[in-house]
Design a protein around this ligand. Sequence first.
Ligand SMILES: [Zn+2]
Length: 110
Amino acid sequence: MAMSAKTGKTERVIAISVTDWFRYGCPHCGHLEAQRTLSVSIASRLVCANPDCGRTYCTINDGNNISMINFGTKEEPYYPELLEHPLAGDASDRSSRDEEIALRHYVNCL
Ligand SMILES: [Zn+2]
């Protein structure tokens, strides 16, 4: 669970693959830059750097299906499972995006 900066409502964190992240960015708004706030094994917790979004999401290394990071509480743990990127369908114009630039953004989050 994470607090949405926009709605103030509690919502489930979305987990996407690192490859989808390179291609499509934030699963909520498509923004490419994010701050990595936690990294555990194959999973990272990112906070979108778009001030109009600012939502928390999770990336999972390719080949894995579930986050090792608990986004719930101690009493009610929540390990988000990998989802297809929500913006992948309508972001075909982004497929030519330079993945090296995306990678650099990602590395800068460390
Ligand atoms: Zn965003």
